[in-house]
Structures are given as structure tokens and as C-alpha cells.
Design a protein around this ligand. Structure first.
Ligand code: NAD
Length: 347
């Protein structure tokens, strides 16, 4: 069993503690948080509380340090954790820039220990459903994937509202959706256009819309909204032999697979301006429509994998090269939004 200490006992730090407490590969050594209220909350939950981060760094019975603080202090804690001879798991977004992440991975190399980033949404069942359809090839090559999440409560009113702390939705949610998209379309990104919204918050983006063009011509759209009182579907995919639609995280994906291109008779639809056959519903007999069974997923496989990677018996599932690409895309998204321009890239 690996001994795990968690730095930052906020919402996500507490989640890590619970995960580790019920883990079959790890046990909880304790936590530290700079806020007394959070340290007291941990004590009330029966968790050992260190007197400082330094006390965690000095504890050589600890195998893994989890950094779960606001984004602007990740670098300092990750680097110190690695330098003190510990493996480190850092929450997403691991860094505010590629340069910051490069300093972290340089410290990783020097230390001979491992750094992993908690890109836990690779275990989300909605994403896994889309991935399974792409990988099965059942509706052919992907043409375009659209991935959206829509909330209606603005940005949480904590450090996520502050630019200096790494707030905003590109960093908070974009990091997950972009990571998923780069896994769904495993090709080089060649072009990025992004614009942001500032409806409820002027300092940081409270949403964004980003278009990506990949090397073979496949395209992707990623959108995060926090002021949407009717939500658009979570995923929509066009492929060479069909389409996929996934309305909500918890629902099954629907697939319409084209079985015959030619239809017999198309009944036109009527609207005020006239009739159309082009946009009329398709003859159902030319499609095979079905639902995808929900995927089985266990997010604790992140910990199982990282513990084995620390022992050198398994390769890390979340690779730092993949994390770096996501950071490059996010950095370009900010540049594109600021300049109001499409940016050519080779990521
Ligand atoms: P939070 O504000 O609830 O908690 C952060 C805690 O860190 C606070 O209690 C704060 O006092 C403490 N802290 C700040 N600086 C510290 C320091 N130097 N040393 C020790 N403690 C310190 O925030 P949160 O929602 O728990 O988010 C924390 C991190 O987890 C962020 O990076 C966030 O993006 C990430 N997160 C990830 C997921 C996910 O699904 N992967 C979900 C939520 C949050």
C-alpha cells in the first residue's frame, strides 16, 4: 500500500482523501491546509493533520503527495514535493503555462520520482461512450466531434474568479474537454480559433467556444458555458457512416448508422417560406438507429495505475507529453481570444 499525503483540504482534496481511504492500493497518511477551518474539518473527519507542508515534505514514510490547491500554487508545491523525494499527483490544470509545466517536469527528471496529473475525466462514461464508437469503427471515420458543457450558475465565487489564481473556464473545464478531444482525435492540431465570454465575470472567462482543425481535416468544437438556461447536447459527432448524439452525461449515446444512401420517396417538409426535401427527415428504413450501452468505468484506476507506475511495473496512463499538448492548446486558445484571430499551430 502506498502512503498518500494530501496538500489542500478543500472540495477536491477531501475527494482525494475519501478515494484513498477506500483504496485497495493506497492509505492516507494525512493532510495539510493553510486554512485552520479546513485543518479542523479534517481532524473532525478523523484524518491526521500535519503541522505544515514542510512536515509532509520531510516525511519519508509518505510515497505520494497529492497537490490539490488553487492552480497558482501548484508549481511551487509540486517542485518541492519532487525535490523532497516524493512521487507527486497534481490536480488539473497542472500549470498556468507550458513554461511552468516544463519546470515541473524538469524537477521530475532530476528527482527520479514521478509526476502525474489528475485528468480524471478520462474515466467519464459519456466520453468513454464516444471513444468506444470511434474505436469500434462502427460508423466509420470521424468527420467532426462537438463537446459541450452548459451550466447556468456562472463561475463558482471562489479563487476561480481570479486571474492570478488561475481562474476561468478554459483552465477549469477546458482542460478536461480539450484533453478528452485530443484522445478522441489522435492527430496533430493545425488551427485553433477561440473566443471567450465574460457575462458574469469580467476578470476571467466564464465560458468559451473553440474550434480546432486537425491534420487530416477532421474538426472539433469545444464549448463551456456557465450562463445557459437550456443546455445543448453534451456530445455530437458526425462520421462517414453515421452520427452520434449524447444528450446528457448520464444518458446513453444514440447512434444512427447509415445503411442505405439512396431513399425511395422523400416527403417534403413545409415551412412558411416553402417546402424542402433536402432538410426533410430521413427515411428511417435507411438507418440503423440504436443506443450505446453505458460504459463501465472505475476512476480509482487512476490511483491503481499511478501506484504501479511508481513501482515501475506499469506505464503511466496519463502521460505528461499528453498533458503538455493540452496546455499548448489552452495557451493558444487564450492568444486567439485576445487577438480575435485564428492561429495556425503544429501541436
Ligand atoms: P478549494 O478552494 O475548495 O480548496 C483548495 C484548498 O487549498 C483550500 O482549502 C486552501 O486553503 C488550500 N490551500 C491554498 N494554498 C495552499 C497551500 N499553499 N498549502 C496548503 N493548502 C493550501 O478548491 P478545490 O475545488 O478543491 O480545487 C483544488 C484543485 O483541484 C484545483 O486545482 C482545481 O482545479 C482542482 N479540481 C479538480 C477537479 C477534478 O475533477 N479533477 C475537481 C475540482 C477541483
Amino acid at each position: 500500500m502506498k502512503r498518500v499525503a494530501v496538500i489542500g483540504y478543500g472540495g477536491q482534496g477531501a475527494w482525494h482523501c475519501t478515494q484513498v481511504q477506500k483504496s485497495d492500493v493506497a492509505e492516507l497518511a494525512g493532510i495539510y491546509d493553510i486554512k485552520e477551518t479546513r485543518r479542523n474539518a479534517a481532524k473532525e473527519n478523523g484524518i491526521f493533520v500535519y503541522s505544515s507542508n514542510e512536515e509532509i515534505f520531510a516525511d519519508n514514510t509518505v510515497d505520494i503527495i497529492v497537490v490539490s490547491t488553487p492552480n497558482d500554487v501548484h508549481e511551487e508545491l509540486v517542485v518541492n514535493g519532487l525535490k523532497s523525494g516524493h512521487n507527486v499527483i497534481c490536480e488539473k490544470p497542472v500549470a498556468l503555462s507550458v513554461a511552468e509545466f516544463d519546470r515541473m517536469t524538469a524537477a521530475e527528471k532530476e528527482s527520479g520520482k514521478l509526476l502525474s496529473v489528475h485528468q480524471n475525466r478520462r474515466w467519464d462514461i459519456d466520453y468513454l461512450a464516444v471513444k468506444s464508437v470511434i474505436e469500434s469503427g462502427e460508423i466509420g471515420e470521424t468527420i467532426r466531434v462537438e463537446s459541450r458543457i452548459h451550466g447556468s450558475r456562472g463561475i463558482p465565487s471562489d479563487w476561480r474568479c481570479e486571474k492570478a489564481k488561475g481562474g476561468g473556464m478554459i483552465l477549469d473545464w477546458g482542460v478536461h474537454l480539450i484533453d478528452q478531444m485530443l484522445m478522441l482525435i489522435p492527430e496533430k492540431v493545425k488551427r485553433i480559433t477561440c473566443n471567450v465570454t465574460n457575462i458574469t465575470n469580467k476578470e476571467v472567462d466564464d465560458g468559451f467556444r473553440m474550434e480546432m482543425l486537425f491534420e487530416s481535416g477532421k474538426s472539433a468544437y469545444v464549448e463551456v458555458g456557465t450562463y445557459n438556461f437550456i443546455a445543448l447536447p453534451r456530445f455530437y459527432m458526425q462520421s462517414q457512416e453515421g452520427s452520434l448524439y449524447l444528450n446528457d452525461w448520464q444518458e446513453k449515446a444514440k447512434v444512427a448508422k447509415l445503411t442505405r444512401w439512396i431513399e425511395k420517396d422523400v416527403t417534403p417538409v413545409q415551412n412558411a417560406a416553402g417546402i424542402t426535401k433536402t432538410m426533410a427527415p430521413r427515411d428511417e428504413l435507411t438507418l440503423d438507429s440504436y443506443e450505446i450501452e453505458k460504459q463501465k468505468s472505475d476512476v480509482h484506476n487512476f490511483y491503481r495505475n499511478f501506484c504501479k507506475a511508481c513501482d515501475g511495473t506499469e506505464e503511466q496512463l496519463i502521460k505528461n507529453s499528453q498533458v503538455r499538448r493540452v496546455l499548448m492548446v489552452m495557451e493558444t486558445a487564450f492568444k486567439s481570444a485576445e487577438a480575435g484571430q485564428t492561429i495556425e499551430v503544429d501541436i
